[in-house]
Design a protein around this ligand. Structure first.
Ligand code: FES
Length: 109
């Protein structure tokens, strides 16, 4: 399956993934600036991505904890999600998400 990330400059980066992969890990493996400081514990929001509108409703809903963390995410929008909470399934082949401009990956500074 193919997952497309738009980097903070709007450049499309296509990645290959398989069902069961975690969206944060796929993005990191592709070199996107997704810090993921808390390793999926929903305590940081540095793995924040904005899901393309046409895909948003096809994802399983965010938990209340995730919604709460998203309130703190820089540049959050209506279709924001924490990528660490998204496990890929075959139905998500073609998913497109953007890494917000505000994302600041400390590993690259
Ligand atoms: Fe921290 Fe996703 S990695 S909330």
């Amino acid at each position: 399956m193919t997952i497309t990330f738009l980097d903070p400059h709007g450049k499309a980066i296509e990645t290959k993934a398989k069902p069961g992969d975690n969206l944060l890990r796929v993005g990191q493996a592709a070199g996107l600036p997704l810090e993921g400081t808390c390793e999926g514990q929903m305590a940081c929001s540095t793995c924040h991505v904005i899901v393309a509108a046409e895909w948003f409703d096809r994802l399983p809903h965010a938990s209340e904890e995730e919604e709460d963390m998203l309130d703190f995410a820089a540049g959050a929008r209506r279709t924001s999600r924490l990528s660490c909470q998204i496990e890929l399934t075959a139905e998500l082949d073609g998913l497109t998400v953007s890494v917000p401009k505000e994302s600041n990956d400390l590993r690259r500074m």
